[in-house]
Each structure stands twice: as C-alpha cells, then as structure tokens.
Design a protein around this ligand. Structure first.
Ligand SMILES: Cc1cc2nc3c(=O)[nH]c(=O)nc-3n(C[C@H](O)[C@H](O)[C@H](O)COP(=O)(O)OP(=O)(O)OC[C@H]3O[C@@H](n4cnc5c(N)ncnc54)[C@H](O)[C@@H]3O)c2cc1C
Length: 468
C-alpha cells in the first residue's frame, strides 16, 4: 500500500491530494443504496498530465480507479472502491466557447449549467439539461449519457458530443471524434465512450455542440384525472406536429411530495397527474397554441401559463422534490417506446399495490423515460430494505423490458442496476461488451465494481434477494 501511495504522491502537487475528513465528501453518490469502500487515496488532478500519472500508477500497481464528477449519479458508478483511488475531476473545469463553430471546449469537471451560461453569453445554449445540471459535471453527463428536460427536442448528451480527450487505463492520451459539424472517419469511438461510466477511460476534455439559445419559452399544463389520462395527453402532444422543448409528467404522489417540501398546492390544483409542456424558439407562441388546440380537441384540460408561472413550474419540476426520511427507497429509470407509455404508467400502481409499496413517478414523458420511486417505511431495527421493495423494483424493470423498453434511460447501470444487465443485453452481447472493455483496460482497474464488472458478487440487489 505504501509503495502505491508513495508512487502516486510523487507525481502530484500537495493540493492535488485530498486528506483527512475532507475525503468523506468524495466517497458516495446519490443512489444512497450502494455502500462506499474505504479508498486508498482521493486525488484531484489539476492537469491532464496529472491524470495520466494517476492512471499509470494505478496500472503499475493494479489498483482500482474510479472517476468522480460531482457524485450526483444515481446508480453507484462514482462510489469509492475499497483500497482504490478516487480521481475527482473538480479542478479540470475549463470552459471555452467558440461562437463561430458553435462549439464549447470544456474540461470534464465543468458544471453543466456553467457551460450553458457561458454559451448564452454568445446567443447559444448547451441543450442537455439533467435536472441536476446546477451540480452535475460534463464528465459525469458524458459518462452516464445523461438526458434532461430539453432532450425531448434537442437530444441527449450523446447527441451533443462531437469529440473527446480520454486518458486510457495505461495513461495514454487518446483524441476521438471531430470539431467539424460532420465527421465519419473510422469507428465512432466518441459514441463508445459516451455512457461508458468510467469503465473504458477517463474523459479529460470534450468538444460539445451548441445550438441557438431558446428565445422565449411558453408553457402549458394539463391536469389529468388519472395516470392513463396524463399518458393520453402526452400522446396528443407528441402527435400534434410540433416538437415541444419539454414534456414532463408528475403523478399525484410527486405533487404531494413537492407540496410538502415547498408549500405549494399542486395536488389540489392538478388532481391525479400534471403534464408540463413547453415550447421555445422563434415560433414558440404559435407552437404552444397548436399544442393547446390539439389537447382541447381531445377534451383534455390544458391551461396556458404566463412566463413567470411557466418558469416556476419548470423549476418545481427540477428541484421541488424533498427527500423521504424514514423510508427505504429504490429509484428506477426505465424507458419504453412512446407507444407503450400508458401501459408502463398503468403497470406502476398495479405493481405498487401487488407488492404493498408506495410508488410515485416523475417522467421525461416525451422520451418515454420514467423515474418511479418505490418506497416502504423503515421499521425500527431494520438494516436492509424489505424484500418486497426489491421484488417490486424487479417486477417494474421486467415489465419495462417486456414492453420493448430498457432498464436505464439516462442514469446508467453502475452496480445498482447490474443484476438486470444480462436480461436486457443477453449473455452473448454482455460477454462481447466485457471483451471490448478488456481492449481499453486489459488489467480491469477502471470502475471495477461497475456495470461491466465480470464477477457476480453483486453488492446491492442479489438474485437471491429478489424472488422471481
Ligand atoms: C436531483 C437529481 C436529479 C437528476 N436528474 C437527472 C436527469 O434529469 N437526467 C439524468 O440523466 N440524470 C439525472 N440525475 C443523475 C445524475 O445527475 C447524472 O447521472 C449526472 O450525469 C451525473 O454527473 P456527476 O458529475 O454527478 O457524475 P458522478 O455521479 O460523479 O459520476 C457518474 C458516473 O460517471 C463516471 N464519470 C464521471 N466523470 C467522469 C469522467 N471525467 N470520465 C469518465 N467517467 C466519469 C463516474 O465514474 C460514474 O460512473 C439526477 C440526479 C439527482 C441527484
């Protein structure tokens, strides 16, 4: 151990190593269910050369290495490995906007909102906007393939990444992709790194596509008397011939949660579910009017909001929910084809009733991406979540797969969702993906507990815990 530390510290400045109680802030993520190990070291390299040094030391000593952005991840990907190195990208936060080429050149530790703000100074914006964008990093967004509220119109992080600088496990620096709008030379390694959750390499730089900034956002809300009716409203909006810039769904449980947290009266005002629809760009007024007309023609209850109220609803959707103290919780992230949204929504409460757990849901509905939160009371003396909670989560994921969906729309797999990976990919594809990882990281030091880990010692949900 001392040889690894000695080697590591030899190539880093004092302020590139986190020591003492401050390390506590770098261990877990927001999944809340994946326990962190005690790492050997937490480092915050201030240059690409320092990242290369850390990778070389980790390779030389076969020491596990986990990359960390802001730790807002929800699948355990950034959780510290026992005896390993945590590499935080917080100091690699440069942001440079090129308004002529409409690209941003950024370090992995740049905060998502900071990139967007810098672009807006030039009449541009960085479109992918996870609800965590005030805290999440671009590196974390790239590694998880993050989505967000505007992605229904502008596409997800994958669609915004033109090129990457990546430090591989052995310390080699690789440059992928292109700076031009178009570019198809060679295999698309940029796409391979997007969503690879720190398992193939360490993203140390990115060239991001920017788009013209939204001109004026218009908002309407639909109050629905059931989840099925809300799902129907989403279908009407997506077939109205207009691409909204936000199409979100919140069920009654979520509205009550926000009301409790923020003192609002959303549940009383909107009933069983609320759908938030926004348009932006130069045609936003005409677009929102067309959507309102389509909803009204179907007898749905649509209300146009003024700009301030529209912004307030968007903000409540992003940050309004509070935590659930005293509860065991499992959050899911399945996505289904848009045509299956109503079926998926109906399955939520049916499964909640069958397993006697509470289910509340918020959804990037325009993308068919559901975030059900399953919860059960934490009884005195209980050290593990009740089996029925895990079984309900399992049933939900299986239903999403049966509907032609995927187990993760945007949060990634990490160790939290690994038990289902083979169910979706199949054993052959999973084996191929593991062989691909071995090409980039032959010693298996990167993200050793991550989604491509080859052992079956799952730390969170085990098949034994989850009855069929
Ligand atoms: C309140 C809240 C709302 C959220 N809303 C959304 C949402 O709308 N959409 C969405 O997609 N997600 C959402 N998330 C989840 C989370 O914010 C995203 O997954 C985000 O992309 C994680 O970024 P991060 O910087 O916190 O990464 P971390 O949590 O630090 O890391 C996530 C993963 O990326 C890897 N990683 C980080 N940086 C690098 C790098 N430079 N190179 C290689 N690998 C790296 C880590 O090893 C880990 O596997 C939300 C989370 C919270 C808490």
């Amino acid at each position: 151990v001392s040889a690894v530390l000695e080697d590591l510290l030899a190539g880093l400045a004092d302020d590139e190593v986190v020591r003492g109680p401050r390390t506590g802030a770098y261990l877990g993520d927001e999944s809340g269910i994946v326990p962190a190990g005690a790492p050997l070291a937490v480092v915050t390299p201030g240059s690409v050369a320092a990242v290369q040094h850390v990778a070389r030391v980790a390779s030389r000593h076969r020491t596990p290495l986990v990359v960390r952005g802001a730790g807002t991840g929800l699948s355990g990907g950034a959780v510290a490995p026992a005896g390993g190195i945590v590499l935080s990208t917080e100091r690699l936060d440069r942001v440079r906007i090129d308004p002529g080429d409409q690209v941003a050149e950024v370090g992995p530790g740049a905060i998502t909102d900071a990139v967007d703000r810098a672009a807006r100074a030039h009449g541009l914006m960085y479109a992918p906007d996870p609800a965590s964008s005030a805290r999440s990093t671009i590196g974390g967004n790239i590694a998880t393939g993050a989505g967000g509220l505007r992605c229904v119109k502008y596409g997800v992080t994958r669609d915004a990444v033109l090129g990457l600088e990546v430090v591989l496990a052995d310390g080699e620096l690789l440059s992928t992709g292109h700076r031009s709008v178009k570019g198809v030379t060679g295999l698309d390694l940029t796409a391979l790194f997007v969503g690879s959750e720190g398992a193939l390499g360490i993203v140390v730089g990115a060239t991001l596509r920017l788009v013209p900034a939204a001109v004026r956002e218009r908002t309407l809300v639909v109050s629905a008397s059931s989840l099925a009716e809300a799902g129907r409203a989403v279908e009407v909006v997506t077939s109205a011939g207009v691409r909204p810039s936000c199409l979100e769904l919140l069920d009654r449980g979520t509205l009550e949660n926000i009301d409790g947290n923020r003192g609002t009266d959303l549940a009383a005002r909107h009933g069983e579910a609320l759908v938030i629809v926004r348009t932006d760009g130069v045609g936003s007024g005409a677009e929102i009017a067309a959507i309102a007309a389509a909803l009204e023609a179907e007898g749905l209850d649509a209300e146009l909001l003024d700009d301030a109220e529209g912004d307030r609803y968007a903000e409540l959707r992003r940050t309004g929910r509070g935590s659930r103290p005293g509860m065991w919780k499992v959050g899911e992230d399945m996505a289904v084809p848009r045509s299956q949204l109503v079926a998926a929504l109906e399955a939520l409460h049916e499964i909640g009733r069958a397993y006697e757990v509470s289910v509340e849901v918020v959804a990037h509905a325009g993308d068919g991406n559901l975030h059900p939160l399953l919860s059960a009371p934490r009884l005195p003396g209980e050290t593990h979540p009740p089996t029925r909670l895990l079984a309900a989560a399992d049933a939900l994921v299986r239903r999403a797969l049966a509907l032609g969906g995927t187990l993760s729309g945007e949060h990634g797999i990490g160790s939290a969702k690994r038990p289902w990976l083979a169910d979706e990919l199949g054993e052959e594809q999973l084996a191929l993906q593991r062989r691909l990882k071995a090409v980039f990281d032959p010693l298996g030091i990167l993200a050793p507990d991550g989604f491509l880990a080859s052992d079956d010692a799952l730390r969170v949900l085990t098949r034994e815990q989850v009855p069929a």
